[in-house]
Design a binder for this molecule. Structure first.
Ligand SMILES: NC(=O)c1ccc[n+]([C@@H]2O[C@H](COP(=O)([O-])OP(=O)(O)OC[C@H]3O[C@@H](n4cnc5c(N)ncnc54)[C@H](O)[C@@H]3O)[C@@H](O)[C@H]2O)c1
Length: 424
């Protein structure tokens, strides 16, 4: 008000002065006036720009609102091996995907591949965050309208878990924190923000070394390493919570996951420093590529037909399909627990032979004593998942699964490139 009144008085005074022949004063006032208008226009434009860029004030992001007919799935650990394959399939099935990953073990290159495949607005967003940071996780849930969560994120190496179950290194915490307490953080955020469906990545390691094979969902869980124990504790937390909740919960206990995208877009690219704890397929490919001199098979005196461990190898394409089926059949207030395996045990020796055939390389094999934390024989009874979710493994030829994975490994000798870079 004060400014307005003063401005109105000025022209009168200016006119009076110009009558006295002082024109420059009048033009000075005019230019002041124009200057103020320009300033006001600039300030207004700035305000509009700020309002437009502010996420809370601009038109809402498609990720922040529920849309009929669109399922928005939060994929934790979606920059990792299984999570990225799951995200690809969910995107293909027209779901909306948010990936949350701290890139401690995943690759930004995988996110780039997914973005290239599905560049449209509202299909895929990536959020860099650590699930151990409850405040950050809550903010993510507050700003996004999730319909379901597929919780893949975890550190997932049996050997590493035995050597290093607790440690907090410079990047992130390990097994009990990373698996058990982070699952609690995710579950609490889901409950607080009314997200109704959880598909949880569990493992056959929660069974330990059962006396009777095959393993059914009723087989007692007695894990023998920190990885299996941390996953079992996470399952227990989920089950306790679900007893008094209308959340739809599916717990999938995977057996040993191999293979990769049949179209060669994604693969498995673990950190180099994890090689010593690595999974058997990674070691086979490293040996075939000459990155390591040969394979070390740990344990030849197990009570199995050829003395080496027996495992049930499930192709990642089948595993992802089990998640899609679980999502489709998840029911409010109900919990489904399923083994995801082929039902067929294969020895390490068999696996190595298949790997030699798949790669065409005569891999050198060294036989050593047992590794702590390993169990002799593990294979699933997948009849419950077949009966209730209408799922059975389709890719059960070891050599074929390994051939698919090998094609990606051979053409991506450097994995996705640097884990934090977008180049592959
Ligand atoms: N690969 C297998 O054979 C197998 C078998 C049974 C169960 N699983 C389970 O499947 C899930 C996925 O395993 P994977 O083989 O894809 O492992 P992976 O290491 O390739 O992927 C895990 C992803 O989680 C991310 N992550 C880890 N800690 C995180 C945190 N605190 N915050 C945010 N992101 C984090 C990593 O960066 C990585 O991208 C795990 O839960 C694992 O326990 C795997």
């Amino acid at each position: 008000m004060l400014n307005f009144n003063r401005n109105r008085a000025q022209p009168r005074a200016g006119r009076a002065l110009s009558l006295g022949g002082m024109d420059y004063l009048d033009s000075k006032r005019k230019s002041n006036f124009v200057g103020k208008i320009i300033l006001a226009a600039v300030l207004t434009a700035l305000c509009i720009l700020i309002i437009k860029q502010s996420p809370s004030l601009s038109s809402p992001s498609p990720f922040s609102r529920h849309e009929p007919g669109v399922t928005h799935v939060l994929v934790t650990g979606g920059a990792g091996f299984i999570g990225s394959h799951a995200a690809l399939r969910l995107l293909k099935d027209s779901h909306r995907i948010t990936i949350v990953d701290n890139l401690s073990r995943g690759n930004l290159g995988a996110i780039k591949v997914l973005r290239e495949q599905f560049p449209e607005t509202g299909r895929l967003q990536f959020i860099y965050a650590d699930l151990g940071d409850a405040k950050a996780v809550n903010k993510i849930f507050a700003e996004n309208a999730f319909d379901a969560v597929m919780h893949f994120a975890a550190v997932a190496y049996v050997g590493e878990s035995t050597l290093d179950p607790l440690r907090m290194d410079w990047t992130f915490r390990k097994y009990y924190h990373n698996i058990t307490s982070n699952t609690l953080v995710v579950l609490e955020a889901m409950a607080a923000h009314d997200v109704k469906t959880l598909i949880y990545s569990s493992t056959c390691a929660t069974y330990g070394e059962p006396e009777k094979m095959p393993i059914t969902e009723e087989t007692p869980q007695a894990p023998i390493n920190p990885y299996g124990k941390a996953k079992k504790m996470a399952e227990d937390i989920i089950l306790d919570f679900s007893r008094n909740s209308d959340m739809a919960v599916m717990i999938l206990r995977y057996f040993n996951v191999i293979g990769s995208d049949p179209e060669g877009r994604l693969g498995e690219a673990p950190r180099t420093e994890l090689r010593e704890h690595g999974r058997i397929s990674g070691a086979c490919f490293d040996a075939a590529l000459g990155v390591i001199p040969g394979l070390k098979v740990k344990g030849t005196d197990y009570k199995t037909a050829d003395g080496t461990c027996i495992r049930d190898y499930i192709d990642v394409t089948d595993l992802v399909d089990a998640h899609v089926k679980a999502l489709g059949k998840a029911k409010p207030g109900k919990v489904g627990i399923y083994n995801v395996g082929t039902g067929k045990g294969r020895s390490v020796r068999e696996f190595v032979d298949a790997c030699k055939k798949a790669t065409g390389v005569e891999i050198k094999v060294e036989y050593l004593s047992r590794r702590p934390g390993d169990y002799a024989e593990v294979y699933s009874d997948p009849s419950k998942i077949r009966r209730e979710l209408n799922w059975t493994a389709q890719h059960t030829d070891l050599k074929e699964s390994l051939q698919t994975a090998w094609r990606w490994q051979n053409s991506h000798r450097n994995g996705y490139g640097s884990p934090l870079a977008m180049d592959s």
